[in-house]
Design a binder for this molecule. Structure first.
Ligand code: ADP
Length: 449
């Protein structure tokens, strides 16, 4: 029958597609449902990279890394409330996940720096193009190649169980078909987070009331409710991340890689105020303390040339430029004289290799080539760290820490991997690794039932 499978995957972001492809490759018949009319979720919008340690791509660039260091960076960035067992999986499987994606046709050969990482480990396509759209496209192509049944405009509404509490499928609502059952031995929730739902966000963290969000419209958290109704326990819901750099002019998120590749942050007074590549929570808090609750990313043509994505921001008109820092200051209402001094001082740190003001750990290039650019930025709600509690097999647990048989979770809908604060580049890593794991586990489980 058409609506009976081994595994049903809910959500078409990176976690959902990874789960669907891996469940299929482990022998399961799969249906993937997506409530929106488009695939990709927030994963498709991810601009940064995919964190992974000790990869061939890093070796080719003489970057020394180790899953142990990635583990430590992730725990520290998450203020040590992460579930260490899940972080171990994230870091130790990360190279395997990059290889898995590469094997399916992904290009992750460019390796850059993101906040909170002690080495360059953020993998992205050559030239620094957006990683999320690329990864989702590769996964989608592979799902299509495998003839996986993908149903758009189809919302997962309620998990169905038998009398013994085992999952038996999911009640869905198709835009045209209405309500119907998809029968399955296992359900994988990969429904993403709820950053777009400000009512929900501000109830959990009142400081974020009225904040804009970087997320796609579907990121409202109905998947969390589906899980909760099925008895899932929740973890760390109150930890919600503001991305520090949302463009004030255009509402687009400006990837952290702009800073990673050399941009500095200044306030209207033309002064730096923070280590630009600190963790997101710290950078966001520092920007909110500046005059006008915003700041400017300042960079030159050498930074622009190092990252394709920047041309997109220029094309959108959110990165005005001038041939001197004085003029740029005048254009944007920044103190131009102070800005000129700030950049000269920063350039001297690049030469000496040491940031005497804010101890920025990477100083990739001086800002002294061609035109200068300024992007005005302010924080926006970006990622919800908390969610459904899972174990090391991606099985969803109830309040007594008992597994709900047949229910799996992966990606932003889950809590525990990122603790109190997610590092840039760890989302794509999370969704590929745990999506793939959930797919394997669910396929195995379905075989036995
Ligand atoms: P992740 O990064 O964890 O893969 P994404 O945000 O990229 O998460 O993707 C989650 C996807 O799940 C989005 O496309 C979203 O529209 C979809 N989704 C959310 N809730 C439901 C639901 N109840 N039924 C079907 N799809 C859902």
């Amino acid at each position: 029958p058409r609506d009976t499978v081994d595994v049903v995957v809910v959500g078409s972001g990176g976690a959902g597609f990874s789960a669907a492809v891996s469940a299929h490759d482990n022998g399961a018949k799969v249906i993937l449902i997506e409530k929106e009319p488009v695939i990709g979720g927030n994963a498709k919008l991810a601009a940064g990279g995919m964190n992974a340690a000790w990869t061939d791509q890093q070796k080719a660039k003489n970057i020394k890394d180790d899953p142990e260091i990635m583990f430590k960076d992730t725990m520290k960035g998450g203020r040590n409330i992460n579930d260490p067992e899940l972080v171990k999986i994230l870091s130790s499987h990360s190279k395997g996940s990059v290889d898995w994606m590469t094997g399916m046709g992904a290009d992750l050969s460019d390796v850059g720096r993101m906040g909170g990482a002690s080495v360059n480990r953020s993998h992205r396509p050559t030239g620094g193009a957006g990683v999320g759209a690329h990864v989702v496209q590769v996964l989608y192509d592979n799902a299509v190649k495998r003839n996986i049944d993908i149903r758009m405009n189809t919302r997962g509404v309620e998990i169905l169980k038998d009398d013994s509490g085992k999952v038996k499928g999911i009640l869905v609502k198709g835009m045209y078909k209405g309500y119907y059952w998809v029968k399955a031995d296992a359900v994988i929730l990969a429904t993403g987070g709820f950053a777009k739902n400000n009512e929900r966000v501000s109830k959990l963290d009142p400081k974020l009331k009225g904040f804009v969000s970087t997320n796609q419209p579907g990121a409202v958290g109905d998947g969390i409710d589906v899980a909760a109704n099925a008895g899932a326990a929740m973890k760390d819901l109150e930890y919600i991340q503001a991305h520090p750099t949302l463009s004030v002019k255009g509402g687009v998120m400006v990837t952290e890689a702009v800073r990673g590749n050399g941009a500095i942050l200044v306030n209207r007074e033309g002064k730096r105020f923070v280590n630009e590549i600190t963790t997101r929570d710290k950078a966001a808090a520092a920007i909110l303390q500046q005059t006008g609750k915003s700041a400017y990313l300042i960079f030159d043509d050498s930074v622009r040339k190092s990252l394709k994505k920047i041309d997109k921001y220029i094309g959108l008109g959110v990165a005005p430029s001038a041939d001197s820092l004085e003029k740029l200051g005048k254009l944007e209402g920044i103190d131009g004289k102070a800005l000129t001094e700030t950049v000269a001082r920063y350039n001297s740190f690049v030469t000496s290799g040491k940031d005497a003001d804010f101890e920025r750990p990477n100083l990739p290039r001086a800002l002294n080539e061609g035109n200068y650019y300024a992007i005005e930025v302010t924080p926006g709600v970006h990622h919800t760290m908390g969610g459904v509690m899972i174990d090391t097999k991606a099985e969803v647990m109830d309040a007594k820490k008992q597994v709900i048989p047949g229910l799996y979770g992966a990606g932003e809908v889950t809590g525990g991997v990122h603790g109190a604060n997610r590092l840039g580049g760890n989302a794509i890593s999370d969704i590929i690794t745990f999506g793939r794991l959930a797919g394997e586990q669910a396929a195995d489980y379905a075989k036995k039932h």
